[in-house]
Design a protein around this ligand. Sequence first.
Ligand SMILES: [Zn+2]
Length: 89
Amino acid sequence: MNITPCPGCGAPAEITERFILASTDGPVAHVALSCAGGHHYRMAADRLPAGPSRPPVSRPPTPRPPTPRPPTPRPPASRPPRTARTPSR
Ligand SMILES: [Zn+2]
């Protein structure tokens, strides 16, 4: 069952039928709906008011701004290694 707000009164309307009508632009999906207030509509599906009839959209991934990469820490310039005190023999 598909529920959409009635375009006439805003009450929840049930989409009772879905059908395709040919148009100059090609086949267009239409729906027939009847609302709780007794209205009946047949209209192009894409002209339906946006409402809860839409399939729940899974939360889109939040676009993250590109994180500037921190400069790669470079190893310190080659220094002469600390001379360990060598035991004198
Ligand atoms: Zn209505």
